[in-house]
Design a protein around this ligand. Structure first.
Ligand code: IMP
Length: 214
């Protein structure tokens, strides 16, 4: 009996898993979060770029399980703050600090910024390490501005302050579908999906069974 190839996505973020399943979900493979796979690994993200961190996470999970693994690393770069919080976006002001506090802090930091100095971008790197250990990395961005005040209830993290001038709204005011169509993660996942399909990377389940996944 042929089994679908398992693809582990190395994230503990439930919001990201929803976005990921919406985009990659139609493939000939089964997407599992670390939680679905019963895997508890603490991965130290000590790379110096989004790409390095994504690769560190994907490699760790691939090596622990023998299954193909994908990981993303993403964040917000604010030009007025020289690219901060960047790769430290989730740890910014402390991992447990609420995003209403983090978002207000960023707005306050830009109090003296001129209108054309509010530019920012979401960046997303996606890494795939196949069952045989081949590595692929893509990076995509979405350009925007830091809003003057938070708006919207959708999405997560910095979405309420990430303003899209073309749409005249923040990414927290977009539906999940609208956000996926233009977001850094949406674009990076679609690019990775193309690479997977073009190279038939996840076609058969030849994984060596290790770890907690079967
Ligand atoms: P990661 O889980 O290490 O990739 O950290 C990414 C962090 O960047 C998240 O915890 C958010 O703070 C921020 N971030 C990344 N993508 C988004 C997004 O789509 N919306 C809002 N915040 C985001």
């Amino acid at each position: 009996m042929s089994k679908k190839t398992k693809l582990l996505f190395a994230t503990g973020n439930a919001h990201k898993m929803i976005e990921i399943r919406e985009i990659l979900g139609t493939g000939e493979y089964e997407i599992l979060s670390l939680k679905d796979a019963g895997l508890k690994i603490d991965i130290e993200e000590n790379g110096s770029s989004f790409e390095e961190n994504a690769l560190i996470k994907a490699r760790t999970v691939q090596q622990a399980t023998g299954h193909a693994a994908m990981a993303d690393d993403s964040g917000l770069e604010v030009d007025y703050l020289n690219g901060a919080p960047g790769i430290y976006s989730s740890r910014f002001l402390g991992e447990d600090t609420s995003y209403s506090v983090k978002n207000q802090y960023l707005i306050d930091q830009l109090a003296n910024a001129a209108p054309n100095e509010r530019t920012a971008r979401f960046v997303c790197a996606i890494a795939l390490v196949t069952q045989t250990g081949d590595e692929y990395v893509v990076r995509e961005t979405v350009e925007g501005e830091i809003a003057h005040r938070p708006a919207g209830e959708n999405g997560f993290g910095y979405d309420p302050i990430f303003y899209l001038p073309d749409r005249k709204m923040t990414t927290a005011e977009l539906s999940a579908e609208e956000k996926n169509a233009l977001s850094h993660r949406g674009k990076a996942l679609r690019k990775m999906k193309e690479i997977i399909e073009k190279n038939a990377l996840l076609c058969s389940d030849t994984a060596v069974e290790k770890g907690g996944v079967s």
